[in-house]
Design a protein around this ligand. Structure first.
Ligand SMILES: [Fe+2]
Length: 313
């Protein structure tokens, strides 16, 4: 198993919030669907097959708690247990299956899961054919769309602000097999302060980043954002219009990122958490060159409206 990722993708993000009803109503506008709800927690799914992509636990304060990762196989889960010294145990949460629960050096609860129940995928609109100036593809077919809730197909990544960047990087790389796709330095080139990490899957194409690690300048461990994939560019924008019509708080977008190249739009849930809709991201594999760039606000986007202070709040 050495040299190969033990993880094939991210499964879910876990938050603590003070009001599950408020979160459930927001997620319905954002494009997630309730999969299970208990007294203590709300589990929400995408249109994809995974049981849930978002967990909100009821608690006394709002916080970003942790993440769930999909083990590549039962053997990979055993290897996670061996490397972390934590047991493989039955997953007590809805969806079941097996899990290894550990804590990363930033204090995030990391559940590596395998064998969880899945759902039939929900129907989503087919991606639009785009009549670019060269190479027309949509022949004899009008476009008829309206503002409507996003068709989220999956959770794509989480960005973590971490106090101890080197230790957290080492955990995701050496224990779980993530690999950097792009890194940022500040001050001097040897001072890496951020890494966009993918699941290291050899020649298999995978998202440019599944876990992004960024040094927390204030030393406070927390999510920067979680990011959900939508069907296409129109879905990104039409669902943005939907969120606006529902009075939801916009953060930043629409734009095109540099690292990962996604088209993006950022929103705030009622508890201040930043959540991203994205589409058209880069796929990379172990032959893709690893970038190392000087950090700057300019590095956040190829094009987009000016970044507001709100985005960094
Ligand atoms: Fe993102």
């Amino acid at each position: 198993m050495s040299g190969m990722s033990l993880v094939q993708d991210i499964a879910f993000v876990r938050y603590q919030v003070t009001d599950l009803n408020l979160m459930e109503a927001f997620l319905a506008d954002f494009g997630l669907h309730t999969a299970a709800r208990t007294e203590q927690a709300l589990y929400s799914r995408t249109a994809g097959p995974l049981h849930h992509a978002h967990i909100a636990e009821l608690g006394p304060a709002n916080a970003t708690v942790g993440i769930g990762l999909l083990a590549r196989s039962a053997q990979a889960l055993d290897e996670v247990a061996r490397r972390t010294g934590k047991p493989v145990e039955p997953n007590p949460e809805p969806g079941g299956g097996l899990r290894v629960r550990c804590t990363d050096p930033a204090g995030f609860v990391v559940d590596v899961i395998h064998g969880q129940d899945t759902f039939e995928p929900l129907a989503v609109r087919a991606p639009l054919e785009f009549n670019a100036a060269v190479g027309r593809k949509r022949l004899g077919q009008p476009v008829r769309l309206k503002p409507q809730v996003a068709s989220i197909t999956r959770l794509g990544h989480v960005a973590l602000l971490v106090a101890d960047f080197p230790a957290t990087l080492a955990f995701y790389r050496d224990v779980l097999g993530f690999l950097p796709s792009d890194t940022y330095w500040a001050g001097s080139e040897d001072r890496t302060i951020a890494a966009f990490m993918r699941c290291g899957l050899g020649q298999q194409w995978t998202d440019h980043h599944t876990v992004a690690l960024i040094t927390a300048s204030d030393g406070r461990n927390r999510f920067d954002h979680s990011a959900f994939e939508v069907v296409d560019f129109d879905d990104l924008v039409q669902s943005g219009e939907w969120l606006k019509s529902r009075g939801r708080a916009h953060s930043w977008g629409v734009g095109r990122h540099i690292q990962g190249s996604q088209l993006f739009d950022y929103w705030r849930d009622p508890f201040g958490n930043k959540v991203e809709h994205w589409t058209d991201g880069d796929l990379v594999n172990d032959s893709t060159p690893v970038g190392h760039a000087a950090v700057s606000p300019e590095e956040l986007r190829q094009w987009a409206p000016a970044v507001t202070p709100e985005f960094f709040a």
